[in-house]
Design a binder for this molecule. Structure first.
Ligand SMILES: [Fe+2]
Ligand SMILES: [Fe+2]
Length: 190
């Protein structure tokens, strides 16, 4: 089940950027860190683009349809997850707007940016937990070896980790790690 490993690793990468964003925003709010808009923009860029362009297509186009075909019990969960993908896209637009407003207006717009970030983080944790805790166990239980072979082949055909957009996002992930202050990254506090 190479596909499950790929989904897990993308969830882990996304979760680590979300945790780093929570840390950085908390440190700015506490007055221990000056806002680094290149770092904040890189984080928001990652959590806006990677789900939409890299991760959700794997779920929407391959994993969800395969599970729908095998399990009527999974239908309600998949409906909810698909709706969350659409809602997540809408929320990342709000996140981008709040970040632009914060950069333009400075400190007086921080509270709005922080509230938007916290709302997005809560939403994303819920989505990741539903997929890790409910969807993937159902997929493991219900999908056949042939289903996994087909999904693995589709992932391999469409998502070469060494090419295209995913390569760009690995570079972006590396930049975020290098800019985020310890203990969540390798950067130094400013
Ligand atoms: Fe998802
Ligand atoms: Fe996911």
């Amino acid at each position: 089940m190479k596909s499950i490993d790929i989904i897990h690793s993308e969830h882990r990468a996304l979760a680590s950027v979300l945790q780093a964003l929570r840390f950085v925003v908390g440190e700015i709010g506490a007055g221990r860190l000056q806002p680094d808009f290149r770092l904040l923009s890189s984080m928001v860029d990652y959590i806006t683009q990677v789900p939409d362009k890299v991760h959700h297509p794997k779920e929407d186009d391959h994993l969800f349809p395969a599970l729908r075909a095998r399990s009527t019990a999974a239908a309600g969960l998949i409906d909810a997850l698909e709706a969350q993908h659409a809602e997540g896209y809408r929320m990342t637009v709000g996140l981008l707007q709040a970040l632009v407003h914060y950069q333009a207006m400075g400190d007086k717009a921080f509270a709005n940016f922080e509230a938007t970030v916290l709302e997005y983080l809560a939403f994303s944790w819920k989505h990741l937990n539903m997929e890790e805790g409910e969807l993937l166990p159902l997929a493991r239980k219900n999908l056949t070896a042939d289903d996994w072979t087909a999904i693995d082949a589709a992932f391999a055909a469409n998502f070469d980790p060494c090419a295209g957009a995913q390569g760009e996002f690995e570079v972006l992930f590396g930049c975020i790690v290098s800019m985020t202050p310890a203990p969540y990254g390798l950067g130094t506090a400013r």
